[in-house]
Design a protein around this ligand. Structure first.
Ligand code: NAP
Length: 449
């Protein structure tokens, strides 16, 4: 069928219609070829690495949407035990359905969620201390930091309840705090385990203002805040590797926990959509009308997950030094020397440490004051309830007594009445006796006469 068709065209040339429309057909073919090439290029490389993950324990942030959800899906498919750190409680109906779907899809029951609001230092501490307090130390093979936030362009500077700018808190401070507390758990893993901490970075860190520069509220803008948080995260990740390496294991063997940075590239996720649409309905309408362009130029979340999966599974990344950066499933170097600047890292680490200490102390005080207030209010409520109860009891007793009194008064009255009735009767009987007596007297007199 195909060969005669080719033979026909080879001997007779293309049909008349094609000959007449040759130019438009060539242009259209070229345009389609360019589009396909652009799409393939923009979609990036696919992960070529594989690694059995059965029984491996993975803590994953941001695993419910966007790139993180695709990472969770792939890891669950390979049998990993997933601990999803989610903003909402596991009892949330959408979350429990999501987890059940993952379990059913991959026949993997080892997936569960822990509520950790990354905008709260207290929430992170509660989870992480519970994790490290476990005796014997819990198995931990991977921590994947995929959660992130951004303020859309033109948006207002948002603060967390603890008074930290939201982007800085979720993208940087939360990861610093979580890894800081989990550090003993990572260092305690047996040496035969290939332990990885995967930090999701973004190429926006390249254009961030230097961390050496003073950054105040006046220089804040959504783009700068996001880029700066990612630069700080990258600098911290690098320093964290040094912190892990400096640990002297009791067995004298080298550190087996490695930090790996993964840049997913620009993807069509909820976060990116919020950025492109400026978080407005009009923006969303324009985005949907011109959806062709994001579809063409941005990766799908699946494609965005590839570099993270590569970082999780590529065997060469589990050997040698940590602190490598993966982009398009390839090892690349950092585009900024500041990432490896020890002075910057030291200053950032110390400042962050003291900021967290200050915030945690302030929050602890607030919580204690709130607790004391709550206890006081509860005691006052209890006292009020008790006095109300006593009052009602007293009034009930009073009412009861009053009732009894009125009853006894009524009884007395009835008795008096009965008495008076009784005396009337006796009077009447006396009177009748007397009349009987006079009558009999009269009769006897009559008889005598
Ligand atoms: N998309 C891109 O083009 C792109 C490019 C480069 C780098 N990245 C990085 O890749 C990572 C994933 O990006 P994405 O676009 O997939 O993000 P996304 O769609 O915006 O999802 C962000 C995730 O972070 C979670 N999260 C946000 N705030 C949280 C909080 N306070 N507590 C707990 N969880 C919180 C979200 O949970 P909820 O579901 O509860 O909101 C969500 O699961 C981010 O670190 C991002 O910076 C993305």
């Amino acid at each position: 069928m195909v060969l005669p068709f080719i033979y026909h065209y080879a001997t007779n040339g293309p049909p008349e219609f094609v000959r007449q429309q040759a130019r438009p057909i060539i242009y259209a073919t070229l345009a389609i070829a360019v589009l396909v090439l652009v799409k393939l290029f923009a979609s990036g490389r696919s992960n070529p690495a594989e690694r059995p993950l059965h029984g491996k324990v993975v803590i994953l942030t941001g695993g419910t949407t966007g790139i993180g959800a695709k990472v969770a899906d792939e890891l669950a498919a390979r049998g990993a035990q997933l601990v999803l750190l989610t903003r909402v409680a596991p009892s949330d109906p959408f979350l429990s359905e999501y987890i059940q779907d993952l379990r059913d899809k991959h026949d993997n029951q080892l997936i569960y969620a822990e509520q950790v609001d990354l905008s709260s230092l207290h929430s992170i501490r509660k989870f992480a201390t519970r994790w490290i307090d476990n005796a014997p130390p819990r198995r931990l093979d991977m921590v994947i930091l995929c959660a992130g936030t951004l303020t859309p362009p033109g948006g207002r500077r948002m603060q967390t309840e603890e008074g930290v700018e939201e982007t800085w808190m979720v993208n940087y401070l939360a990861n610093f705090h979580l890894l800081g507390i989990l550090s003993p758990a990572l260092r305690a893993q047996p040496v035969d385990r290939d332990v990885r901490v995967i930090v999701t970075t973004c190429s926006s860190y390249i254009r961030s203002p230097s961390l050496k520069e003073q950054f105040d509220d006046g220089s804040w803008s959504p783009g700068v805040a996001y880029a700066r948080s990612k630069l700080a995260l990258t600098v911290f990740g690098w320093a964290y590797q040094k912190h892990l390496d400096s640990y002297k294991r009791p067995d004298g063997l080298p550190m087996n926990s490695r930090v790996i940075f993964a840049d997913p590239g620009y993807c069509r996720t909820a976060g990116m959509r919020r950025w492109l649409t400026r978080g407005s309905l009009v923006g969303l309408a324009i985005y949907l009308c011109g959806y062709f362009w994001p579809w063409l130029l941005l990766k799908s979340p699946e494609k965005g997950a590839q570099s993270i999966l590569y970082a999780a599974m590529e065997s060469s990344l589990g050997r040698g030094e940590g602190g490598k950066l993966v982009k398009e499933c390839l090892q690349v170097d950092f585009a900024r020397s500041e990432v490896k600047d020890e002075e910057v890292a030291k200053k950032l680490w110390e400042e962050t440490d003291s900021l967290i200490e200050k915030l945690e102390k302030a929050q602890a005080k607030k919580r204690a004051a709130r607790k004391a207030e709550g206890e006081k209010a509860a005691k006052e409520r209890e006292d009020k309830e008790r006095s109300e109860e006593i009052d009602s009891l007293v009034s009930a007793i009073k009412k009861g007594k009053a009732k009894e009194k009125s009853k006894s008064r009524k009884k007395d009255k009835d008795r008096d009445k009965e008495k008076s009735k009784g005396s009337d009767k006796s009077d009447r009987s006396d009177r009748s006796d007397k009349s009987v007596k006079t009558k009999s007297k009269k009769k006897s007199k009559k008889l005598d006469s």
